[in-house]
Design a protein around this ligand. Structure first.
Ligand SMILES: [Zn+2]
Length: 499
């Protein structure tokens, strides 16, 4: 794991404690080593200003992080306030790094708190996304079912229109243009006309909707006209309930002509639903990805996962690999008592966050009140002619701006509190049913779920699956498992390094 370090020392520290940049840097490096990070670059801010725009190294560090975001896993700092003096800038920076998948780790502060805070955001983000996917998969499931039953669920192509039947379902029916479609296929089937010629002929016959030879090709490639339903989810065609405009024989012949050879013209499916673990499963020996394939037996075909590096000879029956994978998921499903603890910790964090927010809110409200009083006072000063009009306008403008900024922050604080118990319940359900969710999901969702839980993939050595990195959520659950660790800071009280 690679990390970068950012150091900055405030003048006050330097003056009072003699704490130098050098010792800050050494401590950061030590922390990196202890936590298994390899430091690729160190950024040292020598200026004293804490203003973001004056800090060239910060800018350079951010540029470097963006450029190398795939490699870097952590940004190590002495204290969170090294990043920015005020909390909201700090949070914004930490959040930006976390968007780059870079964790910000403080040497002197408790990173668990920070991690739990991140956890909340992470959960809300990734699970909300997951729920959306779930919804859209349900829709897709419905559409798949309809397709299997012979109904087309997309807009009608030229030559057809959607007509609602008495049953309440919609069915394709031919329009006045349907005859041109039949003619297009008949012309193409002869195999003697260029596509531009066919377009010209059809136009001459009065087919106004045909645009170009590209358009013609799309028409000729569309199996709907042969009464067939073909969508990317299925390898095979399904018979539609709607009337065909050409025979299947003519359609297939035209496909062969378009291909320039006789193939069935079925496009290859990228995500093979037979082998959901391809893409995430890698070989423990050579780190190559696995592919899935059907091996021919005497009477039957057998599904296998195999390392792409043929020399590796790392191949295993699908059943064993997936069984192992499901077991891994089951291991990640937390026990009930841990879930309860998890809920407690989250609620704790949330309540203390909320308390902080409320404190900040009342402070801001007090400050606004003071500003308003000040505004009244300077109005009096104008009346007493202590201030001229220009000075008055200037000061008034400044106060109005200050009030506005504070009001915006109050607004922000009020909208951040959402339905936390609902969210936690959803997370608990989700986490305790990982394996079931995976088993019952379709191919798209399976792969999304895999990526969510194992962002860096899983390794298979021929017998067992293993993983080094799980989603931060599961990492945190592991921490909660040993609550003592949360109470003591990572490195104890004593400074690790004396100079
Ligand atoms: Zn291999």
């Amino acid at each position: 794991m690679k990390a970068i370090i950012y150091c900055r020392v405030s003048t006050k520290e330097q003056a009072e404690n003699g704490f130098s940049l050098q010792s800050q840097e050494t401590e950061c490096i030590k922390f990196a080593v202890q936590n298994g990070y390899e430091v690729t670059k160190i950024f040292i801010e020598r200026g004293e200003s804490a203003k973001t725009q004056d800090r060239t190294q910060l800018t350079k560090m951010i540029e470097y992080a963006v450029k190398n975001q795939k490699k870097i896993k952590a940004l190590i700092i002495w204290k969170f306030d090294r990043l920015a003096r005020n909390l909201s800038d700090q949070t914004a920076l930490v959040k930006n790094f976390s968007n780059l998948k870079i964790r910000t780790l403080s040497v002197t502060e408790d990173n668990n708190d920070n991690a739990t805070g991140n956890l909340m955001r992470n959960i809300i983000g990734s699970f909300a996304q997951f729920e959306n996917d779930l919804k859209s998969e349900r829709t897709i499931e419905g559409m798949k079912q309809a397709t299997k039953e012979g109904y087309w669920c997309f807009p009608a192509p030229v030559g057809y229109k959607m007509v609602k039947q008495e049953s309440g379902r919609s069915l394709l029916e031919p329009t006045e243009d349907s005859d041109y479609i039949t003619q297009a296929f008949n012309l193409a089937e002869k195999g003697i006309y260029k596509q531009t010629e066919i377009v010209q002929k059809l136009k001459a016959k009065g087919f106004k909707k045909i645009k170009s030879s590209n358009h013609l090709r799309r028409i000729l490639r569309n199996p709907l006209y042969a009464g067939l339903l073909k969508v990317s989810w299925f390898d095979e065609y399904h018979d539609g309930n709607h009337p065909a405009l050409v025979s299947k024989a003519v359609f297939h012949k035209v496909q062969s002509i378009l291909d320039g050879k006789c193939t069935n013209g079925v496009p290859h499916n990228k995500q093979n639903p037979d082998f959901p673990l391809t893409g995430i499963l890698r070989c423990a020996k050579c780190e190559s990805k696995f592919k899935g394939y059907w091996a021919k037996g005497r009477n039957k075909k057998y599904p296998y996962y195999e390392c792409r590096q043929k020399e590796c000879k790392n191949l295993t029956g699908r059943e064993l690999v997936e069984e192992q994978f499901i077991m891994l998921l089951q291991k990640l499903e937390p026990e009930e008592d841990i879930l309860q603890l998890f809920e407690k910790v989250l609620l704790d964090v949330w309540h203390s966050q909320k308390k902080n927010d409320n404190d900040e809110k009342s402070r801001l409200e007090r400050e606004i009140k003071q500003l308003e009083e000040k505004q009244n006072r300077i109005e009096e000063l104008v009346i007493n002619r202590t201030f001229d009009n220009v000075t008055y306008q200037k000061r008034k403008q400044k106060i109005i701006e200050d009030i506005m900024i504070k009001e915006m922050r109050i607004n922000e604080l009020s909208t951040e509190n959402n339905d936390v118990s609902g969210m936690i319940k959803y997370c608990k359900d989700f986490m305790s049913n990982l394996s079931k969710l995976w088993i019952n999901a379709g191919i798209d969702l399976k792969q999304r779920l895999q990526k969510l839980i194992f962002p860096e993939g899983i390794l298979f050595d021929g017998k067992k699956v293993r993983t080094t990195v799980t989603n931060i959520i599961f990492g945190c659950l592991h921490n909660i498992n040993t609550p003592k660790d949360n109470l003591v800071s990572r490195r104890g009280v004593e400074p690790l390094l004396q100079e």
